[in-house]
Design a protein around this ligand. Structure first.
Ligand code: GLU
Length: 575
């Protein structure tokens, strides 16, 4: 059996989005599962869409995810170079080869000529397509005489190479995930294979490289499914065996009802309204925002969908808003969704070099890389027994391309946070200490030993490493105020006297959690008070609210002096 070799072939046109990460991950998992190799190839033939820094970003992102290629532009390998812009001589050779067959021809039509003919078709209510019905009347080596072609070539007239789509052939296509389908070549056009600067287009470079690099399986996004017919014929034209194909379905927008709450409804409304008026400048921002907010206020009720669906007797603003929301809340997950709803759609922060705008990344938003890829892997694949938590290695063992879902996978912000929470629980306190020390928190004044204990007490409630600090602020600083509701509940006229006496006892008590627990218990019993009457005000004094881990644990960690000082502060405050 031939060796399994798969490639991830991104174009450096911007940061890698979630869909791209998933494609790379499935490539990797499949390769590892099959004992094969995983190749990173940079498809940078489209110079117009090239974005500075994108290639480095892609490599760094894969590295952060732990999806390490066996061959890549940086690492090299036996099929180097792995950057298409450096493979021009290879493409030139194959351009010559395909032009000798009946599958390709050269065409001299200028962009202006093509625009003109497109306009002519449009005027007739038709859509122009460069194909077997039109190619005979255009300026190419099929329509022109040999002499005319030679003359144009001698005059150095720029030309492109086009694929000559065969007439009326039914192609039977196979996809590992989607099964069999067929397409008639009459529905396909004569795609450009080589541009007038001599650079191949995606289609041609891609099949040449997949052949040259001995790729056995092509795993890619479903947006390439319409190209499968052309690619199959290109392999035929070149006399090569085609690899197997698997097209991954889309990652879909999250369910909006899980994202909007009373805290963010205004800011989300604002960003939707801004986008709406940008596209519908006839309406005012305020009016539009007001209406959008009315819809979002209903987003959790079952009525929401039907409200968007009704379209009788709508005024123009309502009708446009409904249309805009219907479109904006369904379909493919986009970068915009991340901005609007406040979750990252990229693995790492990306600063757009032309606008300077930074898009948020999972890494910078404190997701753990293993939690992130676990979440991504399950967008479209269900491991056996519905297991959810799997390491990269476990996933590699179990991954099966045949079990990848045909339907789109809905992204969930909640679920991605859930994964992060789970992975935090699996980290040791020492590992979390290292993670926290690598954040921008200033922990220099706190001993590691104390931090590890705080981590142990707080991680259970943490979704992100920083939550440990944010939710445990009282370990680092005394409360400056006391929550009003908590104060009403925890403090009455007698409380100050009770705590004053407790402080006296504490002065001679050893500050370990065990002993403190017993001491407070004995104290309450002696006074004939319920535990709550002592514990609650004590907690309020130490924390400022009625939350946090067990009170004796807090006291042990902040120490005797600090505990007593906080209790005295509270007594003074409530006097
Ligand atoms: N360069 C293409 C892209 O970025 C690759 C598609 C493929 O894998 O064939 O989507």
């Amino acid at each position: 059996m031939e060796k399994v070799r798969v490639r991830f072939a991104p174009s450096p046109t911007g940061p890698l989005h979630l869909g791209g990460v998933r494609t790379a991950l499935y490539d990797y998992l499949f390769a590892k599962n099959q004992g094969g190799e995983f190749v990173l190839r940079i498809e940078d033939t489209d110079t117009a869409r090239y974005v500075e820094g994108a290639e480095d970003y892609i490599e760094e992102a894969l590295e952060w995810c732990g999806i390490i290629p066996d061959e890549s532009p940086k690492k090299g390998g036996k099929f180097a170079p792995y950057r298409q812009s450096e493979r021009r001589d290879i493409y030139d050779r194959y351009t010559e080869q395909i032009l000798k067959t009946d599958y390709a021809y050269i065409a001299f039509d200028t962009p202006e000529e093509l625009d003109a003919i497109r306009a002519e078709f449009e005027a007739e209510g038709d859509v122009f397509s460069y194909d077997n019905k039109t190619r005979n009347r255009l300026r190419n080596s099929i329509a022109l005489s040999e002499e005319e072609v030679q003359k144009l070539l001698d005059e150095k007239t720029p030309y492109v190479v086009r694929f000559k789509m065969p007439v009326d052939r039914t192609l039977n296509l196979h996809d590992i995930i989607r099964g069999n389908s067929s397409v008639n070549t009459n529905t396909l056009d004569d795609k450009v294979l080589v541009k007038n600067d001599g650079m191949p287009t995606y289609h041609f470079a891609n099949i040449i490289d997949d052949h040259e690099m001995e790729i056995s399986h092509v795993i890619r996004g479903e947006e390439w499914l319409p190209s499968l017919g052309l690619h199959t014929l290109l392999y035929e034209a070149m006399g090569w065996e085609a690899p197997q194909f698997a097209h991954l379905s889309l990652i879909l927008k999250p369910d909006v009802s899980t994202l909007i709450n009373k805290d963010n409804i205004d800011s989300i409304t604002k960003s939707f309204a801004e986008e709406f008026v940008l596209k519908n400048s006839q309406f005012s921002f305020d009016e539009s925002a007001e209406l959008i907010k009315l819809f979002f206020a209903e987003v959790k009720s079952p009525r929401f969908k039907s409200m968007l669906g009704e379209n009788d007797k709508d005024n123009p603003l309502t009708a446009s808003v409904k249309q805009f929301l219907k479109k904006g809340l369904s379909g493919k997950l986009s970068k915009r969704d991340g901005d609007k709803f406040g979750f990252p759609v990229f693995p790492l922060d990306f600063k757009d070099p032309s606008t300077g705008v930074v898009s948020k990344g999972y890494r910078e938003n404190e997701y753990l890389p293993d939690a992130f890829i676990n979440m991504v892997a399950l967008l479209g694949w269900t491991p056996a027994d519905d297991k959810e938590i799997l390491s990269l290695e476990e996933m590699s063992k179990e991954f099966d391309l045949h079990k990848v879902h045909k339907a789109g996978a809905r992204f969930s912000k909640e679920k991605s946070e859930w994964f992060n929470h789970q992975y935090i629980q699996m980290k040791s306190d020492d590992e979390l200490l290292q993670i926290l020390k690598n954040t921008d928190l200033n922990l220099s004044g706190v001993a590691d030993e104390k931090l590890v204990k705080i981590i142990g007490l707080m991680k259970e409630r943490a979704t992100f490493p920083k939550d440990i600090y944010e939710n445990g602020k009282f370990f680092f600083e005394a409360p400056v105020s006391y929550d009003e509701k908590a104060s009403k509940k925890a403090w009455n006229e007698e409380t100050s006297a009770v705590l004053e006496e407790l402080v006296k006892n504490l002065a001679t008590t050893e500050f370990t959690s065990e002993i403190l627990k017993q001491a407070v218990h004995d104290f309450a019993e002696n006074k004939g008070l319920g535990m709550g009457k002592v514990m609650m005000p004590l907690r309020l004094s130490l924390v400022g609210e009625l939350k946090g881990p067990d009170v004796p644990d807090i006291m042990e960690l902040i120490g005797k002096e600090e505990s007593i000082s906080r209790i005295n502060n509270a007594i003074n405050n409530f006097k």
